[in-house]
Design a protein around this ligand. Structure first.
Ligand SMILES: [Zn+2]
Ligand SMILES: [Zn+2]
Length: 117
């Protein structure tokens, strides 16, 4: 099976007997969400991040999951807004970093935050 959101949380906060909502927040993921395909409510322990950037349940993840944490974190669509945490409305943009330089940045369509990954 591909990795779950909880596997990712574990990789960020380390091994613990119990994972809390705070651990999820620390890792930049939600504690609960919905499956992209069937709409089932899923928690981080049974939510599978897919290459589309959305969560899926165990029945819907199919071949679109990530085999390893490294694959997951390397995937650009998994960027989360550092301000509101939203991952669905991130778009690429360019910002002026000095008089003559422009650099790649990400912009949150939800709260308007712009940051450099
Ligand atoms: Zn599903
Ligand atoms: Zn935001």
């Amino acid at each position: 099976m591909p990795i779950t959101i909880l596997d990712y949380v574990k990789s960020v906060v380390g091994d613990k007997p119990l994972y809390t909502a705070e651990d999820c927040l620390t890792s930049g993921v939600d504690i609960i969400g919905g499956c992209q395909i069937c709409g089932a409510t899923i928690g981080c322990y049974n939510a599978y991040p897919s290459t589309t950037g959305y969560w899926r349940c165990a029945g819907c993840i199919g071949q679109d999951g990530f085999a390893t944490i490294a694959d997951f974190t390397a995937h650009p669509s998994m960027a989360n807004c550092p301000t509101c945490g939203n991952a669905d409305t991130i778009s690429e943009t360019r910002i002026t970093t000095s008089e003559h330089a422009e650099e790649y940045a990400l912009e949150c369509g939800d709260c308007g935050e712009v940051w450099q990954p």
